[in-house]
Design a binder for this molecule. Structure first.
Ligand SMILES: [Zn+2]
Length: 203
């Protein structure tokens, strides 16, 4: 939703600042999605010469934003989104090979057309669709003793009795492997790529 029409006059200004028609379309699409989504409180902002659009969650944390440039939108996964465990840079790079990390650990994706905005939104929704388990070690964002971060589950069964399949992300330097694990294994799971752990399962 739009935040009580905060800075509403900025939105047409942002739109007309953009020089490229495809980027304008992507802007309108992103703002429309944001305005229609009750999970987010959104508004445009202008700080000095920087034009942006922000997505806050119900607690007022800024999860995402994008900077409005003349030739593109630069979308940011802000610190609360990066540390949430709901998203993985490796997954993002499958969709956007040029996704990068800035000097304070935020992820950025450049958007130039509606198709890219759609792909990004699908990815955001998939991430938001994950849920924590009941135990403390299966909470989204929990990092186990082997430096493997739990990303929650989507309700899919694992391959062990009565277990759900969780998304895990390896936090070892220069690994970043993303794989699935049974809920009962999450607390001690090792990375299948760099720690000799069992092969991952579908999640
Ligand atoms: Zn690893």
């Amino acid at each position: 939703m739009l935040l009580n029409a905060k800075n509403a006059a900025l939105l047409p200004e942002h739109l007309h600042y953009i020089a490229d028609a495809d980027v304008q379309d992507a802007f309108v699409y992103m703002v429309g999605l944001a305005a229609s989504d009750p999970r987010f409180q959104c508004y445009g902002e202008l700080k000095g010469a920087i034009r942006d659009f922000r997505f806050l969650d119900g607690d007022g944390q800024q999860l995402f934003s994008f900077i409005v440039n003349r030739e593109s939108l630069l979308f940011y996964f802000r610190a609360p989104a990066v540390s949430s465990g709901r998203f993985a840079l490796n997954d993002l790079r499958v969709l956007f090979p040029t996704a990068s990390v800035n000097n304070i650990g935020e992820w950025t994706v450049r958007i130039k057309m509606i198709a890219e905005a759609k792909a990004l939104w699908s990815y955001l929704n998939a991430g938001v669709g994950f849920a924590s388990g009941d135990g403390s070690t299966t909470q989204i964002g929990h990092v186990n003793r082997n430096n493997q971060r739990c990303g929650g589950h989507r309700g899919h069964a694992g391959n062990d009795h009565l277990q759900k399949a969780y998304r895990m992300e390896c936090l070892q330097p220069s690994c970043g492997n993303v794989y699935g694990a049974n809920g009962s294994d999450v607390f001690q799971r090792k990375c299948p790529r760099c720690q000799g752990g069992e092969p991952g399962i579908e999640f």
